[in-house]
Design a binder for this molecule. Sequence first.
Ligand code: SF4
Ligand code: SF4
Length: 617
Amino acid sequence: MRKIFDFHGGIHPPENKHQSTQGGIESIALPKELIIPLNQHVGAAADPVVETGQHVLKGQLIAEAHGFVSANIHAPTSGHIRAIELRTANHASGMAVLSIVLEPDGEDRWIELESCDQPETLDAQAIIAKVRAAGLAGMGGAGFPTSVKLGGKDIQTLILNAAECEPYITADDILLRHYAAEVLAGAQLLARVFPRLESILIGIEDNKPEAIASLEHALAAQPNTGNTLAIEIVVVPTKYPSGGEKQLIQLLTGKEVPSGKIPAAIGIVMQNVATARAAWRAVRYGEPLISRITTVVGKALKKQGNIEVLIGTPIAHVLSERGFRETESERVVVGGPMMGWAIEDTLAPVVKATNCLLLPSKEELPAAPPEQACIRCGLCAEACPAELLPQQLYWYARAEDQEKLRAYNIFDCIECGACSYVCPSSIPLVQYYRAAKGTIRQAEKDKRKSDQARLRFEARQERIAKAEAEKEAKRLERKKAAEEAKRKLAEKQAAEKSASAYSATESAKDSTKDSAKKDAGEPDMKAIKSEMVKEALAAAAAKKSAQQDDSSEAEKELKRLQRGLSSAESRLERARATLLKNQEEGADATRLDTLAARVKEAEQKVNDARKKLEAAQ
Ligand code: SF4
Ligand code: SF4
């Protein structure tokens, strides 16, 4: 029997789960249009690969992942692309995001899918590629691209998160009641991408007896092939927020994820149960992620329960299908009462991470009373599962003291709302933290942009300096060559002049002596001297040619060094561009460090190449 650990703090709000677990998984009619945002996941928005007016089939790729942390997007049904334009996002800010608007043709016709009868024969890379192709992103609410989390080489423990601790939400509970076998198959499939995996755990709260029974039944029915790891179902006591990633890890393993790190840092990876099932369907049947189970709950609805809803369905359509009584509710909440957010525009769509739509009546979840002054009671710190000091964070958020907020680890706050829930002064603490995090992130983004501009400026300055240096080097080269040529010409002329003067004098002398010498049988000195002059001229010509050879060798060497410098500079530019791109995409610190080291190395090579060239010049 596995030991269950505990985490600090936590609360026990009313669960309100029974309202949505009475029925099965229902469906609703197709909406008139689907609004599919291009950035419904964490990371870079996908790039559209369709055009307005184009007909698409269900499951067809309509936007392709852009960059490493991104996810593909597929058509949730067949129809025509009506627009690619800004539409209201499913976000507290209510801002508009680029979205593909699809008008269903009513035929719901699938594209041909690439199924795999023997997923157990696939290697890790093939599994990851299929998961990425299917556009999977964490379905527990985080929306992190699934394939990115499958890259860890040192993962020893895979945890499936079935805790679903937030009140009202039952999407995972109902999924497990119906599809436990597919969730287990997904777990085994995902396990195969981690070469050093030692255990697979499914963490679930004890307030879901039907889901636990369903899992146990499916586990018992699983064929024991002997080459798969055993899956352990670990039932934990109900306490909010036991479904938080770090909290569930602590409950199941007793290990704490260090501040600012991800679970992979301690050899653990966590996936939501719905994501595991989606991974199984993606690999086994080739199905992309185009729909999900969403809890639609609250007393302002005629019909509460869980529905299978197409990604992109406007929330207004879901509400009208479930008999929403607008006059009875003050807000439409996406997510649960603790971590969800109210939206103003119900034309915002359901996205891959939408696990709940909450429509409480005014009595059910009355609006919070007005905020009072903090009385320093310390209840917030007692409740905080991340062991933070919410009261201090509140003060620093109000003072906009970013340095202090960082020092007090604001980014470890999981925005669970436990502190706000217990605060007797009704201070909406989480709202302060969210706003503060947003401001800090914006400041970081601005800094990255200015760094980027600085790097661009420096690169430009370097390019200009390099061009100037090359120009100057060529000018000096030409000057040197001209001076050398001039010198050699002068030498040659002087040699020719002296040879011809000598030849003339000797010729005059010789002509008077020649006849006498001939008579006396002496050698012909004129002919001999003429030969000597010819030889001297030939030697001078040979020397000149040798000097020319030397000079062309030097030229060749200079050119080679210039080429070396140019390519070192190109490599440096590429390294800088990659670093900037990754900074913009919010890559993790390890990757950024590696890329920064590459930039440094490239800079060193440029300096070396430049020194060599200067020395040669
Ligand atoms: S619970 Fe509220 S009143 Fe009490 S210390 Fe925290 S912020 Fe202040
Ligand atoms: S919202 Fe943040 S500060 Fe408040 S209890 Fe949760 S983790 Fe702690």
